[in-house]
Each structure stands twice: as structure tokens, then as C-alpha cells.
Design a protein around this ligand. Structure first.
Ligand code: SF4
Length: 392
């Protein structure tokens, strides 16, 4: 029933190596990718069940549920070429190649899940590098380009090369940093080892570094076990040899990694593997948030306690970070203010550069899970927190 509504896909590596079937369903890697009936409300689950086997009725029921679970309007707006470019900051362009709009496995909490359902309007992608290049021509202030998806490393090396070549040449000399978001090391390490074009892919990445650009692979790693298998370790060694910098990020999600000990272990092991912990995210308010979501105060507790357990080199991750329509906001802690406790928020990076670095407070709410649940503490806090009525 759940997989009729939400995307489900699992790679051989995840099924054969990562999931501990003896501990399912409580194994965190099982929870990460496998559908569970609690991902839907009991009413939605029953509605899907009742609609079967009438495919036409099922389609209407599923579409209705997806619309309710889909990301709210705060999701970043698409680019002018038809939703495959997101010019998120004046210097940063996200590119979503059409050929990369899937992943080796799908994470149950993925905020891009509507792109994998086939619903009309769900997919946002550029159909080739032309739109990206035209956009870069018009915006010479862009210094950073992030290829994202899905997972761009599902693309064949020759297709990826079509996107990377323009970013490393003289025409777009203003592009100094190329980032690639991927979970391939965790989900499909053979991509870098035994895939027919594995060597071509490594050469391609090596070429980006030799062009003088900074190449950052933004590795999505949700649980420390993902990097334990030998193939993942060998993949990391090959990636390091290209000269790319490997950074890591993931959200805190219930059932999988909502434990400071897991994060402390993960960060420490990542440092030992030569990786740089970058961001700890708050799971977005979309998809099966009833299953994976956590109160902000709990996520903050996981971050704070994990930081206490590691040395400075392993606590480089910023967090907990909410990637909102305004930009990236970090919850710095809980402040004791005259009118009661408050979440202390800081704008790490915002679409409006003037707001970057701004501080704001939201009234403490132990049930708040996301930015849109927050209420500004005072009038001036509305700069970072949505206005939801008269306020204090
Ligand atoms: S790897 Fe990233 S894009 Fe792919 S399913 Fe997981 S969260 Fe979504």
C-alpha cells in the first residue's frame, strides 16, 4: 500500500550488504529504505487498500494523498528554463539533470520524492547542459554550481561529462567550485569500482580538479554502517585519489539515526576516512514526516550531545540546519529570555544576502518540527520566521 504512494527502490548493495535482515524491521538501514505502514496515516492506508484492484480509483486516491504529502510552497522556486535550475543564492546555481532524476535506492524521507513518482509536474529537470550554460552566461556572478538530483552519479560518465565540461572551460571561468550531491558510495559503491564506466567517471572527476576548480562531492551518509563495507572504503580511496574533497551531510530522522552516539561515531569515523562533516539537517515537512520527523528540540539535543562527544575536527558539521524557502537557517540553541524560553535561530545563508548572519528567536515549542511551526518571539524576529498571525 505504501509503495503505491511513495517511491520505493532498493539497490542490490543495500539489500545484500547494508540491511541486517535479522534485525528487520528495526534495523536502521531497513528503516532507511523500506516502506512501512506507519508512513501513511491509518485513513490513507485504508483508502489505498479499499481502492485496489480498481486502478482508476487507486490513481485518484494516490494522487490525492500525494498532493497532501507534497512539499509546501516554501520549496525553492525553479529556474526560468522550466524548473531544472535553482539559482538559490547569487553565487550558487543548482542544476538538476533529467538523466539523474533517480537514485540507486530511495531514502524513505527524501524531500525530492515527488520527482520520483511520475506525477505530472512532479519532475523538475533540465534536459541537457544548454540551459545551464545559457544561465551561466547571463549570470557571471555564479561561482558555485551544484549538480543534484536524484543522484547525478546514476548518469553514465559520458552524460555527466556533458554537464561537467562546460563548468571547467574558459567560457565559464567564473565557476570556481563544482559540487556533486550523491549517495552512491553508500548505495552503490560498485559505481566507482566495477561499473563499465567506473574508470571513465574517476578520470572525469580528476579532470575537474585538474582544471583548477574545487570539486566537492557532497556525500549523503545517514548512518555509520553505510561506510563500513569494503566496497565503500575502496570507493572512497578512489575518489580521494581524484583530488576531490569529500564532505558529508544527512538529516536526523526517527528510526534511523536519532541518537547522539550514532552521530558522534559517524563523524569520528568520517574524519578517520578523510571526510569532512558538513551539515546535519532537520528533515523537511514533506512525505512520510509522521514516520521520520522529530521535534526540533530533539534534533537540537542530538546535535548538541553528539558535538560534546567528539573533538573539534569531528564537529565541523553545522546543525541542526533547516533548508527553508528563505535559505539555510541553523538552530543554535535554546535561549532563556524574559518572556520565556526561545529557539535561537541564525541565518547561515539566505537568498537575500542582507539576511545572512541575522539572528532571530522563536517561541519555544516542544512539538515544533519545522520552520513553519515556529512563532516569532518578537516583532523583529519576523525577518527569519514566517508571519502566522498577530504574534506577541
Ligand atoms: S539519495 Fe538523496 S535524492 Fe536520492 S532518495 Fe536519498 S535523499 Fe532523495
Amino acid at each position: 500500500m505504501v509503495a503505491r504512494v511513495l517511491p520505493f527502490k532498493v539497490s542490490a548493495h543495500v539489500a545484500d550488504v547494508l540491511v541486517d535482515w535479522g534485525r528487520a524491521p528495526d534495523d536502521p538501514l531497513y528503516r532507511l529504505v523500506m516502506p512501512h505502514r506507519d508512513m501513511l496515516s491509518p485513513a490513507d492506508f485504508a483508502a489505498v487498500e479499499a481502492a485496489l484492484p480498481d486502478e482508476e480509483r487507486l490513481r485518484r486516491v494516490v494522487t490525492g494523498i500525494r498532493e497532501r504529502l507534497a512539499p509546501p510552497p516554501e520549496d525553492p522556486p525553479g529556474g526560468e528554463d522550466g524548473q531544472g535550475l535553482e539559482h538559490v543564492y547569487p553565487d550558487t546555481l543548482l542544476v538538476l539533470p533529467r538523466q539523474g532524476q533517480t537514485c540507486h535506492s530511495h531514502c524513505g524521507y527524501c524531500f525530492r520524492w515527488p520527482q520520483f513518482t511520475g506525477e505530472p509536474g512532479g519532475r523538475r529537470a533540465v534536459h541537457g547542459p544548454g540551459a545551464m550554460c545559457a544561465h551561466l552566461d547571463r549570470h557571471p556572478a555564479v561561482t558555485d554550481v551544484l549538480l543534484t538530483g536524484g543522484d547525478p552519479l546514476v548518469m553514465r560518465a559520458d552524460v555527466l561529462a556533458d554537464y561537467l565540461a562546460p563548468l571547467t572551460g574558459r567560457r565559464h571561468g567564473h565557476v570556481r567550485t563544482v559540487r556533486i550531491g550523491t549517495k552512491a558510495v553508500s548505495f552503490a559503491p560498485e559505481r566507482f569500482l566495477t561499473a563499465p564506466d567506473a574508470d571513465d567517471l574517476l578520470r572525469l572527476l580528476d579532470g575537474v580538479v585538474r582544471s583548477g576548480r574545487h570539486l566537492a562531492l557532497m556525500l549523503h551518509v545517514t548512518h555509520p554502517r553505510e561506510l563500513e563495507p569494503g566496497p565503500a572504503r575502496r570507493a572512497l580511496r578512489r575518489l580521494h585519489a581524484t583530488g576531490a574533497v569529500l564532505r558529508t551531510q544527512a538529516p536526523v530522522v526517527r528510526h534511523v539515526n536519532d541518537d547522539p552516539a550514532v552521530w558522534a561515531r559517524m563523524w569520528q569515523e568520517q574524519v578517520e576516512l578523510g571526510l569532512v562533516p558538513y551539515d546535519m539537517f532537520v528533515a523537511r515537512d514533506t512525505g512520510p514526516r509522521r514516520y521520520y520527523g522529530l521535534p526540533l528540540v530533539r534534533v537540537l539535543g542530538v546535535y548538541t550531545e553528539a558535538c560534546r562527544r567528539v573533538s573539534g575536527l569531528a564537529r565541523t558539521a553545522r546543525g541542526p540546519v533547516m533548508a527553508t524557502g528563505l535559505g539555510k537557517l541553523v538552530v543554535d540553541g535554546i535561549a532563556r529570555l524574559p518572556d520565556g524560553p526561545a529557539f535561537a535561530l541564525r541565518a547561515l545563508r539566505t537568498r537575500d544576502p542582507e539576511l545572512t548572519g541575522t539572528l532571530a528567536h522563536a517561541r519555544f515549542d516542544p512539538t515544533a518540527r519545522w520552520w513553519s511551526d515556529l512563532v516569532p518571539y518578537g516583532e523583529h524576529d519576523r525577518c527569519l520566521i514566517p508571519d502566522r498571525g498577530p504574534g506577541p
